[in-house]
Design a protein around this ligand. Structure first.
Ligand code: GUN
Length: 288
């Protein structure tokens, strides 16, 4: 058996087009374009690449993209002051502070300063709480993108056994909340989970978000399961360079799973597409 490949790249492109198609209607009604402001501190090369991609995608969707590039030496107080200015700026619908921040800055203190109604990343505790109790808010982009791919593939998720491997605030925990809201039976597994292979083997939906290349093997997967691989690990390509690999052993998993997201081209492209979607949603909510 060979799994169907879930084409996140194509789904993300279509979501971006759908967002871009609605932007002119917002502009006509509100007299302005939706605006996303990204703040990056320091020179981390991977973060620089992400932030450039976010800016380009925002402009391609017809929105206003603003990027604040701050030096590594920026103080926490200065960063918080900038976030407060952005909170007060009516042209800003979404604020995204790129993580990780330099070590001398307390990330939670900065995220806590963002107006929850402009927190298009969904990282503020108010948005985490809203998700937990089923109120409208912002949901982190990567897990929301995973749910979109799952519903596109499976339709109703209700009653399915879902196992999330990973318990980060950005992916694992919100992913579990979203699956629970879709009436899945949810297990959160992590590095201390006993009999991880057995736990994974019961999953109709297996979401891997651990950050360890090829950790999940083919014989851990229930035949026919839907596998969502959130891992983006840079590994040696055996030819002196590097390549991207997921958390799932793709070559093995494709023989067992019913459907699987590849890396690259699966979950990765969904993050920015959902960010644009969240920004448009924010613009409409704020315009009343
Ligand atoms: N760093 C890596 N991914 C993300 C993300 O989705 N949002 C933010 N703010 N920082 C990140």
């Amino acid at each position: 058996m060979s799994a169907r490949i879930i084409d996140g790249k194509a789904f993300a492109a279509s979501l971006r087009e759908r967002v871009a198609a609605i932007v002119p209607a917002f502009e006509a009604a509100a007299g302005r374009k939706p605006g996303l402001t990204v703040v990056i501190v320091g020179e981390d090369p991977a973060s620089q690449v992400y932030v450039r991609s976010k800016g380009k995608a925002t402009e391609a969707a017809g929105m206003v993209s603003t990027t604040h590039r701050l030096p590594e030496t920026t103080t926490q107080d200065a960063l918080i002051a900038l976030v407060r200015d952005l909170n007060a700026d009516p042209a800003v619908d979404g604020i995204l502070v790129q993580l990780p921040l330099p070590k001398h800055i307390d990330e939670q203190a900065v995220i806590a300063t963002i107006d929850p109604d402009k927190d298009v990343d969904g990282f503020h505790v108010v948005n985490a709480g809203r998700l937990a109790v089923g109120q409208e808010g912002f949901v982190p982009c990567t897990p929301l993108g995973c749910i979109m791919l799952l519903e596109d593939r499976l339709g109703d998720l209700s009653g399915l056994n879902a196992v999330v491997v990973g318990r980060s605030n950005i992916v694992g925990k919100p992913m579990a909340q979203l699956l629970l809201a879709k009436s899945c039976t949810v297990t959160i597994a992590h590095s201390r989970t006993k009999d991880l292979q057995d736990v994974c083997g019961r999953a109709d939906i297996l979401v891997a978000a651990v950050g360890r290349p090829a950790m999940i093997k083919g014989d851990w997967i229930k035949p026919g399961a839907t596998v969502i691989d959130v891992g983006i690990n840079r590994i040696d390509n055996g030819e002196g360079g590097t390549k991207l690999a997921g958390d799932v052993d793709f070559a093995e998993a494709i023989e067992v799973a019913g459907a699987i997201t590849p890396v690259p081209g699966g979950v990765g492209p969904m993050t920015i597409a959902v960010l644009l979607r969240n920004t448009l949603v924010s613009a409409y909510r704020r315009a009343g």
